[in-house]
Design a protein around this ligand. Structure first.
Ligand SMILES: Cc1cc2nc3c(=O)[nH]c(=O)nc-3n(C[C@H](O)[C@H](O)[C@H](O)COP(=O)(O)OP(=O)(O)OC[C@H]3O[C@@H](n4cnc5c(N)ncnc54)[C@H](O)[C@@H]3O)c2cc1C
Length: 385
């Protein structure tokens, strides 16, 4: 069987009801927590437990490990709705889905127990792929896994690992056989408190409620049963699914920025009338609405094709197009909101700057703009390297 063939979701739910559930969760559990977490640059662990308690961890994971076994469409709804309240706590849920998915889909024995514990709220996960010399170029991962008796010894460095210092277990990509290149890559489930593993926070202007970490590994011992049977092909398939969720994340964020800017443009008065009465302001917000609607259709179209089992080589065009336009639009829309805010938009008294800052990570992660453009160029028949 093609190892990237997709398991079809076993369950379906009423989309409107599921959206209402996610929106209520976002209002109840995301909105009250993110500001403090942003200030402290500290992930609120109780948020993860609350998400698990609400049945919103492992929404796309199989029933066999306690997941809800829903599709990419429902996962996208979760990301969109939670991101409306805050895109950074939302991304913590995405990390759980991606890392948990690797454990559940390609693991056995103890790895499945970890997936179960993750869904139950008892095992926070991080996904550790990026390295100082392997950003978009994932094939260049150098963290080495060498055999030592029945175990593996892992040495190397990871960078920008969301929740890397908070997680109980890191689902971490390493090279088991450098001579094999990307075919030698495997994921390992590594306990964060393993001797030889050190996590140090990287100060960023973005994602502060779900901070990123540098992880150094010096002869970190990992039992053979903690090796996950997923290699490079599965990584790339997983990235493509993740890109739909990233588009959904920014779709939610844009709606918050637009709602705020419209409200401000209706009430802020200059020259004796609301600033939104000026066509230049009104048109920029109308354009933002059009951007959002385009991204909504692209994102859910890609998710529906993913759920329908369209083969990876044909769904990539939908995925990359949605991801590219979502990540471009969120920068435009949040900059528009910031501009509508004028000088007050730059203060801590209004949310415009925070919304714009958060969006700055959109062009970069899970395949940058250029990587999406390269994928699209190849899909439309160009010999683009
Ligand atoms: C807040 C945050 C959270 C993150 N969370 C995680 C996480 O949880 N786990 C994880 O593994 N990683 C994570 N990352 C890493 C993220 O995925 C990488 O930052 C990303 O892959 C880009 O890598 P890089 O920063 O090394 O940029 P580089 O790859 O060095 O790219 C730099 C620039 O060069 C461009 N470029 C690169 N190659 C090409 C090319 N072939 N053609 C044209 N242009 C190119 C890029 O588009 C970009 O503009 C996170 C990053 C951030 C900032």
């Amino acid at each position: 069987m093609d190892s990237t063939a997709r398991r079809r979701p076993a369950n379906s739910v009423d989309a409107a009801e599921f959206r209402a559930l996610c929106a209520a969760f976002a209002r109840r559990e995301v909105a009250p927590r993110w500001e403090q977490a942003d200030r402290d640059r500290a992930f609120p662990r109780d948020f993860y437990r609350a998400a698990a308690g609400a049945g919103l961890v492992g929404v796309a994971l199989p029933h066999s490990v306690g997941g809800a076994d829903l599709g990419a469409t429902e996962e996208a709804i979760l990301l969109e709705e939670t991101s409306k309240a805050n895109p950074n706590l939302a991304v913590a849920l995405l990390v759980q889905e991606v890392a948990g998915g690797l454990l559940a889909e390609f693991g056995e024995g103890e790895l499945l127990d970890l997936a179960r514990a993750n869904i139950a709220g008892d095992c926070l996960l991080a996904l550790a792929v990026t390295e100082p010399e392997a950003g978009n170029d994932v094939q260049n991962v150098k963290t080495l896994a060498r055999r030592s008796g029945g175990d593996w010894l892992l040495s190397g460095m990871k960078s920008f690992i969301t929740l890397g210092g908070d997680a109980d277990v890191l689902v971490l990509l390493a090279q088991t056989d450098p001579a094999q290149g990307r075919r030698g890559m495997r994921f390992f489930a590594v306990d964060r408190n393993s001797p030889g593993l050190v996590a140090s926070q990287i100060g960023t202007y973005v994602n502060r409620p779900a901070p990123t970490y540098r992880i150094t590994l010096e002869d970190v011992r990992v039992p053979a049963r903690r090796m996950i049977g997923a290699g490079f092909r599965e990584i790339m398939a997983g990235f493509n699914r993740e890109r739909i969720m990233v588009a959904a994340r920014w779709l939610g964020h844009m709606q918050t920025a637009l709602a705020w800017a419209v409200g401000y443009a209706r009430t802020r008065r200059q020259f004796g009338r609301p600033i939104g009465a000026n066509q230049s302001i009104a048109f920029s917000l109308a354009q933002a609405h059009a951007d959002i609607e385009a991204v909504r259709h692209l994102t859910y179209h890609a998710a529906a094709r993913w759920d329908a089992g369209v083969p990876l080589d044909r769904v990539i065009l939908d995925v990359s197009t949605a991801k590219l336009l979502a990540t471009q639009a969120v920068v435009r829309v949040t900059q528009t909101a910031l501009h509508v805010g004028g000088g007050w938009g730059l203060t801590e008294e209004l949310p415009a700057m925070r919304l714009a800052m958060d969006a700055l990570v959109a062009p970069v992660t899970v395949g940058s703009w250029e990587i999406q453009l390269r994928a699209i160029a190849r899909q439309i028949g160009l010999p683009c390297d």
